[in-house]
Design a protein around this ligand. Structure first.
Ligand code: ATP
Length: 235
């Protein structure tokens, strides 16, 4: 069953229209990637799917119900968004950043959630009292993932997790995302420019060009199709 169904989405910024009838689905338990060049509209798509901008037209259906309104209603429905640039607070400690994301408000529930994610991202546990701004880029990205996971989301939206990171760090992060999906079952929609790595961990892929989906298919098929790679992915 598809957790998220988007139909004929049109959205933009005031008079600037960016998405021109985008449709996509994210099945429960899968990793779906959206690829595309700079300016194709990937970030705009995630902004619409997290309630940061309102669509001009089209439908967003999550768990079978139409979704609209402010970001808080998207969060309540179970969608967590990790924006480009991560959105963590550099002057707060790692642990305080995680507490801000917490779904549970009871002390015991909070401890259990913190320990769960420290178990998954041990480096965050080791650095729990350090300021977030003192972490490396890869660690900060892990903190952004963990903070979103503290909300116990059913869908994680990730905007360019590889941005500004060295290739080996990105590779480790993508492996972590794959094991998060395998072990915890977290459903993800990942927007990425690093097509090679994203296709390695995804089940399904969409390629966006000028606000429209131009290619879609199983990640392995997209990855092994040289004409798609040359035409759209530049790899
Ligand atoms: P990138 O990888 O560069 O972020 P992208 O595929 O995520 O690319 P978007 O950031 O969604 O693309 O941008 C799509 C278009 O919308 C671009 O032409 C961009 O200039 C425009 N745009 C983005 N944000 C705004 C904004 N706040 N106001 C007006 N136009 C915007």
């Amino acid at each position: 069953m598809s957790l998220l169904v988007v139909k004929d989405l049109h959205a933009g910024y005031g008079p600037v229209s960016v998405l021109h009838g985008l449709s996509l689905e994210v099945p429960e338990g899968e990793i779906v990637v959206m690829l595309g060049a700079n300016g194709a509209g990937k970030t705009t798509t995630l902004r619409a799917l997290s309630g940061m901008i309102s669509p001009d037209r089209g439908e967003i259906t999550f768990k079978g119900a139409a979704l609209s309104g402010k970001p808080a209603s998207f969060v309540r429905a179970g969608i967590a968004h990790v924006p480009q640039g991560r959105g963590t607070f550099p002057n707060l400690s790692v642990e305080d950043n995680l507490k801000i994301g917490a779904h549970s408000r009871s002390a015991a529930g909070l401890d259990a959630e913190l320990n769960r994610w420290y178990g998954f991202f041990p480096v965050l546990g080791e650095r729990r009292t350090q300021k977030a701004g003192s972490l490396s880029g890869g660690e900060q990205q892990m903190l952004a993932f963990a903070r979103a996971l503290m909300m116990q989301p059913q869908l994680l939206l990730l905007d360019e997790p590889s941005l500004g990171l060295a290739p080996t760090i990105t590779q480790d992060l993508f492996r972590l995302l794959r094991s998060l999906n395998d072990d915890v079952g977290t459903t993800m929609l990942i927007v990425e420019q690093n097509a090679n790595l994203a296709l390695q961990i995804a089940n399904y892929a969409y390629v966006l060009e000028s606000g429209k989906i131009v290619v879609e298919g199983l990640a392995e098929s997209v990855s092994s199709d040289d004409s798609i790679r040359r035409a759209y992915l530049g790899v």
